[in-house]
Design a protein around this ligand. Structure first.
Ligand SMILES: C[S@@+](CC[C@H](N)C(=O)[O-])C[C@H]1O[C@@H](n2cnc3c(N)ncnc32)[C@H](O)[C@@H]1O
Length: 400
């Protein structure tokens, strides 16, 4: 992580511009305001049209400046330039720096790797969609894509090295119909249109026998899977874990409609890496396939992340719960606030919220009491919307 450690420097003036970098505001942590030996600031910067925060830690002996992780932007050169500009603008006496931009490698664009925003805002296809969850080495996904060129495959995986490895093969094999996304499968389906998916493959998911709540399959997941499946579309589980299999059969048989099919040691034309491993150990392989037999309504996700009322930043923070506030399926936690001392009733609220599986860390920017999300609204998952509405309600009760 690029950062600069320095002994002394001049105070940063905001708003100002230095070397093409805008320094818009500097906000001081309120949580640590009673600990003068450990002060933290967030500096709002804009470089090459991208806004982000720098974190300045001042422990009285040394100071350190780096990018705030939750607001990090790419490429990293944009961040390094901003750190170097801060250092020059404030005449910092540098002790350590790793912000040299000369040997910066330019990351090749990954045509077949998409972020979740792409699926929220842009993704469209006339082809049938098939989804593989937790594709691992990608053997099954690559085989399917190669043999079904008219199908658009989406591969979901949360393990970055597996994604890199699969994308290398996509290039070598000249495959054009896979999009990979690094996102939790339990939350992804929300962004897919109803009745648009032919098949969902879940092959050898982590069994989580001791922590079943972490499993991909849950009541919510199968409802969402059924919604996105076309009439006669299939959700296919293949597993070596008898416990996972039994758990899924129970979930699927409690649905009010649908057909299920069960197989033991069924042969498939392609064997995945994990499948090979379990076969070598002579383990049984269980399949349970759900056939959807319904046409589901389209969902219109709520996307309103606005706040209507002004707040009094300090008064509100004093009244806000300091611990996580937990509801059914979502939570929020206000971590800290940062006060912009040269602007009236302005600063940042640092919040973590949304689903327990994939919480979002974001800042709310307060300008003269008006609230907006710094760097724009969060991804419109149902848990983010619910958390937003709860925060909005609480701010409303506490407004000035
Ligand atoms: C046991 S491996 C199986 C890989 C592959 N399907 C195979 O058969 O060789 C399970 C894979 O699921 C991925 N995974 C686990 N939880 C996930 C989730 N919630 N969303 C997407 N992928 C997940 C893991 O990173 C891992 O690569």
């Amino acid at each position: 992580m690029p950062h600069i450690v320095f002994s002394e420097n001049k105070q940063l003036i905001t708003p100002s511009n230095f070397d093409g970098v805008d320094f818009n505001f500097i906000a001081k942590s309120y949580n640590n305001s009673d600990k003068p030996k450990k002060t933290e600031y967030k500096i709002g910067v804009k470089n090459q049209n991208k806004e982000f925060l720098l974190t300045l830690k001042d422990n009285n002996e040394n100071k350190m400046i780096k990018v705030d992780k939750a607001t990090r932007v790419t490429p990293v050169t944009i961040v390094k330039d901003a750190l170097n500009s801060y250092s020059s603008a404030t005449n910092a006496q540098v002790i350590f720096s790793n912000t040299n931009n000369f040997s910066q490698k330019i990351e090749p664009e990954k045509e077949y790797l998409k972020d979740i925003e792409y699926f929220v805002n842009e993704f469209q296809t006339d082809k049938e969609i098939q989804i593989e969850i937790g594709f691992g080495s990608g053997r099954h996904l690559l085989y399917q894509a190669k043999n079904n060129p008219d199908v658009q495959f989406i591969g979901l995986e949360i393990h970055t090295p597996s994604i890199e490895q699969m994308l290398k093969q996509v290039k070598i094999l000249g495959i054009k119909n896979i999009l990979a996304v690094n996102y939790d499968a339990r939350l992804f389906m929300e962004f897919i249109k109803s009745n648009s998916v032919g098949k969902i493959f879940v092959h050898f998911p982590i069994p989580w026998d001791k922590k079943p709540h972490r499993r991909v399959y849950s009541t919510d997941f199968i409802y969402e899977a059924k919604r996105v499946l076309k009439y006669n579309g299939t959700l296919e589980l293949r597993t070596d874990s008898r416990k996972y299999f039994d758990f899924c059969v129970e979930l699927l048989t409690s649905l009010s409609s649908g057909k299920i099919e069960i197989d033991i040691n069924k042969d498939l034309p392609i064997s995945s890496k994990y499948e090979d491993r379990w076969k070598r150990q002579n383990k049984n392989i269980y399949d349970v396939t759900l056939y959807s037999n319904s046409i589901d309504d389209d969902i219109e996700p709520e996307t309103d992340f606005s706040f209507d009322e002004k707040i009094d930043l300090l008064k509100t923070f004093e009244k806000l719960p300091k611990k996580s506030v937990i509801f059914d399926g979502f939570f929020f936690h206000i971590e800290d606030i940062f006060i912009i001392e040269n602007e009236k009733n302005s600063g940042l609220i640092q919040a973590t919220f949304g689903s327990f599986n994939r919480p979002v860390s974001k800042y709310l920017l307060i300008k003269n009491g008006d609230i907006s999300y710094y760097q724009g609204a969060p991804i419109p998952t149902s848990s983010n919307i619910q958390a937003h509405n709860k925060m909005k309600e609480i701010f409303k009760n506490d407004n000035c």
